[in-house]
Design a protein. Structure first.
Length: 61
């Protein structure tokens, strides 16, 4: 198992579920855990603060 703290970033140019594109750039950290089997990733899990990301994109108050 390997745990990482990473960051994603980008501009919302397409729909995000029910939310229309905002055109807003967002950057946020996330944690990922990987199960390694041999020299390959066999499973992965990721978690991030969805509410803060939606607020940053202007979809939530």
């Amino acid at each position: 198992m390997v745990a990482t703290i990473m960051k994603f970033s980008g501009t919302q140019k397409g729909p995000l579920g029910d939310f229309e594109p905002s055109g807003i750039f967002v950057s946020a950290p996330y944690i990922a855990v990987y199960r390694i089997n041999g020299d390959r990733i066999a499973e992965s899990w990721a978690e991030w603060d969805n509410l803060s990301t939606l607020k940053s994109l202007g979809h939530m108050k």
